[in-house]
Each structure stands twice: as C-alpha cells, then as structure tokens.
Design a protein around this ligand. Sequence first.
Ligand code: NAD
Length: 277
Amino acid sequence: MNGSELAARVRARVAEEVRELGHVSLATVLVGDDPASHVYVGYKHKDCTEVGIESIDHRLPADASEAQVLALVRELNADDQVDGFIVQSPVPDQINEARVMEEIDPVKDVDGFSPVNVGRLWLGREGHISATPLGIMEILREYEVQLEGADAVIVGRSEIVGKPMAALLLRANATVTFCHTRTRDMAERTRKADLLVAAAGRAGLIQPEMVKPGATVVDVGITRTPEGLVGDVDKGVVEIAGLLTPVPGGVGPMTRAMLLENTVRAARARRGLLAFD
Ligand code: NAD
C-alpha cells in the first residue's frame, strides 16, 4: 500500500482548502535538542510551505522549565494568528508532558493529544485525532480493506498510535485486540488477524510465521539502522500478507499529510465552518 502516493493526493486536497480559506497557520514548539525531533519539526515546516500553510517556529532550550513551556502554550492559545500548534514529543524530563497537553486549546490541538480530544475520539465525537492512526485509516479506505467484523490486532498500546488506532477500528466495527510487552504468546493472536497493525518500534518483530496468509499488515515502526529506516515487520512478510505498507513510504508520509489536514480542520473550526462538540 503506497502511502507516498496517497499523501501527495492529501496534500493537493489540503492546498486547495488552504487557498479557499485564505490564511492558515501552524506553530511548532521544540524544546531541547533531540536529533529526531529536529528532523520531524523540519519536515513539518517543509510540508506546510508546500501546501501554503504559514509555519511558525518556536524553540526553547533543553533546560527550559515547565512554566516556560506552559507560558508559550498559553500565548499560542491566545494568538489569533495561530490556527493550530504542536509541542514536539518527547519534551525534556523536567517537563510534565501530560500537563502541557492539558493546557493546549483543544481546537488548536492538531496532534489530538489533549485529554479533551482523546475523550472525544473514544466517545465518537468530533475533534482532532492523532495523525498516525488517522493516516492509517485513509490508507485502509483507499485500498478498500474490509473492516466491519474483521479481526484487528494492534501490537503496541501507546497514546499516540496504538490506543487511538483501536478507537478508530472499533468505530469502523472491527473486533480489536491489543498486544503489548506483557502479552503471552503474541504469535497466536497475530496469526488470527485479518488486519495487523505493528506499532512497537522493534525492528523485525513481526516474522512471516506470525501473519495469516492474505492478511492486511500495517507497519508503523521506525527504527534507524546503518542501512536506513526499517519497520517492525520482517521483509519475508511480503510473501504472506495480502496488503502491506512499506517502510519507508507507507505510514510515515501519511502521518505528515494528516497533520496538515488537521491544521486545516482547526482553521475551519476556528472560523465556525466546522463544529467540535
Ligand atoms: P512507544 O514506545 O510509546 O510504544 C510502543 C508500544 O509497543 C508499547 O505499548 C509496548 O508495550 C509495545 N511493545 C514494545 N515492544 C514490544 C514487543 N517486543 N512485543 C509486543 N509489544 C511491544 O512507541 P510509539 O510512539 O507508539 O511508536 C511505535 C513505533 O512507531 C516507533 O518505532 C515509532 O518510531 C513509530 N512511529 C511511526 C510513525 C510514523 O509516522 N510512521 C508515527 C509514530 C510512531
């Protein structure tokens, strides 16, 4: 399943909406000097430029206090020129990330990490949803993967991937199972999956014998190796799966595209064109 191609189409759709709205902006907050975070924030600005979204770059030093971060969040909440913003995760240890997420205005919370948006997702109400699972749902829709009644197994239970993925698959009437580090005999469960979403961040965790022939496999994992990026799914799975997302070129580009879409949704909500309940 080609995420890059679909992401290009999402970006074209977003660019059109941005033109209609006139001005849309996304601010990023980067605290400290985590190298991967710098790369991700750089992509976000590049992506914004491509679709005509204004991007605003805020950086704080690695020793910034929680009070400083919260003050910036409040400033962005109040700034009428800012439609949406993200605080890049992870933040340094002295800052309570959950506390920061709580402070973000839910309408501007384009990552969908604030408790209000997480609650809305589980309640089936309108709000912002984490970009990675949202992008996966777009891929599954594009490739017409049957979700109703399907056995879906998610490996990983993080707040940003596993859990919101489960909420969306439940909403689509799949039967959802989580596997995680304490799961006994994971292979027994993954082998039953019509849809397997691997989001553990362990290179090669999903071996061919753990996959049901013909299953749809979504590889969320990203591990940097000297040979480049690798996913959680072993290369041999391509022979067994019916559909598979590659790494790179699968979930990654869709995650990036969905953040842009969420930013447009924030802009629409702020202009009264979309109601969050
Ligand atoms: P995380 O570390 O917060 O969570 C990992 C989850 O996997 C945990 O719930 C843990 O219980 C489970 N897990 C770990 N090892 C396991 C094992 N051996 N067996 C079973 N379960 C195991 O990670 P995350 O933020 O959810 O990200 C997961 C992976 O996806 C990472 O590699 C991350 O880089 C990648 N990711 C990719 C994208 C993308 O756009 N492609 C977006 C977000 C995250």
